[in-house]
Ligand binder design. Structure first.
Ligand code: AHR
Length: 607
């Protein structure tokens, strides 16, 4: 058929900041990823998180006598557990994945907080590189030194030998060579910088709201498994209280709000934080009815804007200045919440956040959202509420098959031009093949055609550590010393580094060939908590098997989880185990499935 372009007609203007990235600490994207720290569990704070089986010595091997202790001798109130060596001990940290990556000749900055009542000597070794430090006082003191690596390896170890009784905490090893000297792993930061993102959405995702109701673990007198609260993540790293995260592992918060703002600035992107709305999402259904707690969260959000933009004489602007950035970061947008499951409760809270923010900072854009799904009653309900309330912008998320993206190219053609603008905060085509990137590219032409309504878009998730994957597909993959982009990365790069100024309208004549659906979708809506399933099959109503998998090779071939309605994994190469709530969903992503709904036969193994 024929395509005719109409250069004299004015199409939508496309903002330079239309395309950005969404960073979430999923797939070990922060610790063991973008944050360059090489020591795992440096502050001995790993406590058993929901799914991890962690303990205070996770990541460490001890010879001699050394135990983790949480008592009054602690380093500070927010870094409560430390390591007590009795007599003498050797401590080895295994880092992440295969170990600690070093490059021969490069410098690594070591530091540790220590105290010893009778003095002690620390002998530190990284491969063949060594240093010694004398602990001279029984007051917590930070000891530092540098190590020049003698070997190139991705499986090194850091060893600290202690000759006498001592207390240690916050053992750190960071490569001197980080992105712009700001503590982030160079290759991972450069891959994002190469996209020239207009914005960085952070820190999540599901991670943001998790545990909103659990401000404090009363049983352990310990503030953990709480929502992502920005104040936990700023100031000296040894005062940042670590936390379990939604994705089943601990986060050190070494990569915190200051670092996110700094990184955004370093790559020329607008920072776009997502704040917890005090209503959980991502399969959890909890909201607070505690007005005082809600006011605290709202005040924290106002304080964040002051932290980012306030003068150095303001309370939080001073904290920013003390951390090394007297100049404001220029925060202009904040998002309230992520995929909340309770629309009424979420929206009531959002309105209170918005009122407070607009009263103090009228020029800050406040982004609302449309719930956990791109379709259905919650989505419609929240969009209607957002329209009625005159929201600035609404965050939409969807993960779907390549065929869905091809078939929904016109999604925004009919959106109300006078309603809230759209922030497509998360999207990705769910297939294991190149079809993803082609479908995404086709879809992005629809975003650009509607750039008067769709003001921002970010693919998700951004990073995946090959040994710790909670979600796929992802844009950038990495191990200890290498990283690589997927075909979707290359596709994003193509669009992001060639953002047009204006859409040139076009028309077509002739027969338009409709794309055929290339994947099928099956929903397993009765997925039970911790249930195990084997021999998953997709069958047509007449009994033909289209896809089956016994998981014998340890993979779930042709299957992928849909969005975050719970997570699941292959266990022992034998069955699939679902480990969260009842709303888990799976998608068959085999290219030979050509219709949209099939029956699913599930066979449960004995648990
Ligand atoms: O991008 C991964 C997850 O998908 C996000 O945490 C969540 O917002 C969505 O469900």
């Amino acid at each position: 058929y024929t395509i005719t372009v109409h250069p004299s007609d004015n199409g939508a203007a496309i903002d330079d900041s239309m395309y950005g990235v969404f960073f979430e600490d999923i797939n070990f994207a922060a610790d063991g990823g973008l944050y360059a720290e090489l020591v795992r569990n440096r502050s001995f704070e790993f406590l058993p998180a929901d799914r991890s089986g962690y303990n205070g010595l996770t990541g460490w091997t001890v010879t001699g006598t050394a135990t983790t202790v949480n008592d009054d001798a602690r380093l500070n109130d927010r870094n409560r557990t430390y390591l007590r060596v009795t007599g003498s001990a050797g401590l080895t940290n295994a880092g992440y994945n295969s170990g600690i990556a070093t490059k021969k000749g490069n410098i690594y900055d070591f530091s540790v907080w220590a105290r010893a009542d009778a003095g002690a000597t620390l002998n530190v070794a990284l491969g063949g590189a060594t240093l010694a430090r004398k602990v001279t006082t029984d007051t917590w003191t930070r000891y530092t030194g540098t190590l020049r690596a003698t070997t190139t390896t991705d499986a090194g170890r850091l060893t600290v030998s202690v000759d006498k009784s001592a207390r240690l905490d916050e053992v750190s090893l960071i490569p001197r060579d980080t992105y712009k000297g700001h503590g982030l792993r160079r290759d991972l930061a450069e891959k994002v910088a190469a996209l020239k993102p207009g914005f960085v959405r952070f820190p999540g995702g599901c991670l943001v709201n998790t545990g909103s109701m659990y401000g404090y673990d009363a049983a352990n007198n310990y503030p953990r498994a709480r929502s992502y609260q920005w104040k936990d993540t700023v100031g000296p790293v040894e005062t940042r209280a670590t936390n379990a995260n939604f994705w089943g592992y601990n986060q050190s918060y070494g990569l915190g709000y200051y670092e996110y703002f700094q990184f955004s600035e370093d790559i020329g992107a607008q920072p776009l934080p997502v704040l917890p709305a005090l209503v959980t999402g991502c399969g959890q259904n909890r909201a607070t009815n505690d007005p005082a707690l809600l006011q605290k969260y709202i005040q924290d959000t106002l304080d964040l804007i002051e932290f980012a933009n306030g003068p150095v004489t303001s309370t939080w602007g001073r904290v920013r200045a003390q951390m090394g950035h007297p100049k404001p970061f220029g925060l202009s947008k904040v998002a309230i919440g992520n995929e909340e499951n309770l629309p009424e409760e979420y929206f009531a809270n959002y309105l209170q956040f918005r009122a407070a923010i607009k009263a103090k900072y009228p020029n800050v854009t406040v982004i609302s959202n449309s719930g956990p799904d791109d379709t259905g009653a919650t989505f419609d309900n929240l969009w209607a509420k957002n329209k009625a309330a005159g929201s600035d912008m609404v965050d939409e998320h969807y993960y779907n098959s390549p065929s869905w993206f091809l078939q929904n190219n016109a999604r925004y053609d009919s959106y109300d031009r006078s309603g809230p603008k759209v922030f497509l905060g998360e999207y990705a085509s769910l297939d294991a093949k190149f079809a993803n990137s082609l479908a995404e590219a086709a879809y992005m032409t629809g975003l650009e055609r509607n750039a008067d309504v769709v003001k921002m878009a970010s693919y998700a998730p951004l990073y995946a550590n090959i040994d710790n994957v909670q979600w796929r597909p992802d844009l950038i993959w990495f191990d200890n010393d290498e990283s690589w982009g997927t075909t979707s990365y290359q596709m994003q790069k193509l669009f992001m580094t060639n953002v047009g100024d204006r859409v040139v309208p076009s028309t077509t004549t002739g027969a338009v060939v409709q794309p055929k659906p290339i994947t099928g979708r099956v929903g397993l809506s009765t997925w039970a908590t911790a249930a195990k399933y084997d021999d998953l099959k997709v069958t047509t109503p007449d009994g033909t098997t289209l896809l089956s998998d016994d998981f014998g090779d340890g993979n779930a071939d042709g299957w992928t989880s849909l969005s975050n309605r719970g997570t699941w994994s292959v266990q022992d190469g034998a069955y699939v185990q679902s480990d969260t709530a009842a709303t888990n969903t799976m998608v068959a992503a085999a290219t030979d499935i050509t219709a949209t709904d099939y029956d699913v036969t599930l066979k449960a193994t004995k648990t």
